[in-house]
Design a protein around this ligand. Structure first.
Ligand code: NAD
Length: 536
């Protein structure tokens, strides 16, 4: 690990670069990004440290509730002019952003790694996601938002259209685990629809969101349309449920439920992208080596701190031993490392709270009789928040790891004999976010997929196939969420639908001269005939 410090002139040294790494953005650059955050004059700033080193990455202003409300007002004032631009013009900003994200990736790869502690290859997933999302809405949003003609109640005489208007100001609350990708997925479609956005990223990963905010303005977004406020969730939470015209929340199920209760009183729309306890099913005829390699990526990307990562594997007894051997061998080959480069496969956990909760899940499982096939310990020799990728077996219902989301590099393997039993155990959870099925053929895997109660299912993949296909909606069933991001749905949720019908000639109520009974008879014949016409 390479670090650099400079003397303060008082016999101490302080990091010259973010997190103390050579090659990382300078502290001055971090401070420049921080200045984009609104508010904070009346409250104490907080220091954020790099998970790899424990050294300072940034000192962040913390907005108060009053600061956040002022920002919502300012965003509202900026929204009308943005919404007045044609959708094609708004779309062009995102198309330019697609190119810029890919061109400027080196700086953001460093920032994402420093703030989150993830391996560079996992940070690259974020760059790819942000570019894919910008590209998708940069090409398709104007078409999806275009007014839609439908057949009017009377052919020729009624012309009917559905229009889409922006909600107004959208509030977006984001977690720390995918700071670039989730910002892109939630903010870009809101902007494309003509909304202004006020976002509250997590303090831990604020620089990544601020970086993307800066780049979006470089791509042509007028300043003031996407604002960022920082703060501890509970502190400025009220502004986010009382001020926006729509709230998009990504985070834990507990916080999502709390916000939903608060916002319900205003009858304001919201979407929730929440936690998961995602299963993988390995069918008896699945290619074992491929399934084992896929499972490693599905369980340990971003050190398992990924809402769609796999935490439960159900493997058919006939291949259980072979699969487990291959999976454990591949897991043990993963290189842990705290470096700004592609030399490590697995990074660190992001916060001390994460290290505590992951350690507690494994300790509880061990104490109740689970076997640790590999891993099961923290690695302070690599960095303060490192934890080994861990594979458990003999996991029982009384263990926390059985049903609770670990949100770390810990997976349990279970055997099964009967696919019906495997499907019912996979569905036996309050969550319903993502699932993975490994089978000899895509069609067999898809048949099983249709029976899983999760918002996304990946056949012969862990999560990347659905996550990367931006045209597909992504979100959770049951306690994993409400609403969807990505695709047309992820854009239209940020709009109000308005139906406009223009009537010509014949009125739809009986004229005085025709007796109502005659009129209704004639209408009934007409309705029957109309129902036979091929109409949209
Ligand atoms: N479904 C998805 O797309 C998705 C994606 C990423 C993460 N997640 C889930 O997020 C969780 C991990 O994230 P986390 O620990 O940061 O979640 P969290 O709920 O603690 O925090 C998420 C965000 O909400 C803010 N917040 C917390 N309490 C708040 C309150 N009372 N009012 C307003 N804002 C508040 C936090 O500051 C943070 O910005 C996991 O459960 C994971 O599965 C889901």
């Amino acid at each position: 690990m390479t670090r650099t410090t400079e003397s303060t002139g008082h016999g101490e040294s302080r990091p010259r670069t973010v997190g103390g790494f050579v090659g990382a953005p300078s502290a001055a650059r971090a401070a420049q990004l921080v200045r984009r955050a609104a508010g904070g004059a009346d409250s104490a700033p907080v220091d954020i440290t790099a998970p790899f080193t424990g050294l300072l990455t940034a000192t962040l202003p913390q907005a108060t509730d009053a600061d956040a409300r002022k920002v919502f007002d300012e965003a509202r004032a900026a929204q009308a002019a943005w919404a007045a631009r044609p959708a094609t013009e708004r779309q062009r900003v995102l198309a330019r952003l697609h190119t810029l994200v890919l061109q400027r990736q080196e700086e953001i790869l460093n920032l994402v790694q420093l703030e989150s502690g993830k391996a560079r290859i996992d940070a690259y997933d974020e760059v790819a996601s942000a570019a894919l999302v910008a590209g998708y809405y940069g090409r398709h949003s104007a078409r999806i938002l275009a007014s839609r003609r439908v057949a009017g109640v009377l052919p020729v005489l009624t012309s009917a259209r559905e229009l889409r208007h922006p909600k107004g100001v959208v509030g977006i609350i984001s977690p720390w685990n995918y700071p670039l990708a989730l910002t892109a997925m939630d903010v870009f479609p809101a902007l494309a629809a003509g909304n202004a956005v006020v976002q509250k990223p997590d303090n831990q990963t604020a620089l990544s969101a601020l970086w993307l905010n800066e780049l979006t303005e470089e791509a042509g977004l007028p300043s003031g349309v996407w604002r960022i406020v920082l703060g501890h969730g509970g502190q400025i939470g009220d502004a986010f449920v009382e001020e926006p015209d729509y709230l998009c929340f990504t985070g834990s199920t507990a916080t999502g439920k709390k916000l939903a209760k608060q916002i319900a009183g205003r009858l304001t729309g919201y979407s929730l992208e929440l936690g998961g306890k995602n299963p993988m099913l390995v069918l008896p005829d699945a290619p074992v080596a491929k399934a084992a390699a896929g499972a490693v990526a599905a369980c340990f990307s971003s050190a398992g701190q990924l809402c769609v990562s796999v935490e439960r594997i159900y493997v058919h007894e006939n291949i259980r031993e072979e699969f487990t051997r291959a999976f454990v061998a591949r897991t043990e080959a993963l290189r842990l490392g705290a470096e700004l480069g592609y030399g490590a496969d697995l990074g660190s956990l992001t916060t001390p709270a994460q290290l505590d909760s992951v350690s507690a899940h494994v300790a509880d499982a061990r104490a109740k009789g689970a076997r640790v096939l590999t891993g099961g310990r923290s690695r302070p020799d690599v960095g303060p928040l490192f934890y080994e990728p861990t594979v458990l077996t003999d996991v029982t219902r009384d263990m926390a790891v059985f049903a609770e989301e670990t949100f770390g590099p810990v997976v349990s393997i279970y055997g099964y004999r009967d696919i019906e039993d495997a499907i019912s155990r996979a569905n036996d959870t309050g969550y319903g976010l993502n699932a993975s099925v490994w089978a000899a053929s895509g069609s067999v895997g898809s048949t099983v997929a249709a029976r899983l109660k999760t918002g996304t299912v990946n056949v012969n993949e862990g999560f990347a196939a659905t996550f990367g296909t931006v045209g597909l909606p992504m979100g959770g069933m049951k306690e994993s969420g409400l609403g969807r991001r990505n695709g047309a749905e992820g854009l239209l949720k940020y709009t109000e639908s308005q139906s406009v019908a223009v009537q010509r000639g014949l009125r739809l109520r009986p004229p005085r001269v025709i007796p109502p009974r005659l009129w209704t008879r004639g209408m009934s014949i007409g309705i029957r005939l109309l129902n036979r016409l091929p109409r949209r």
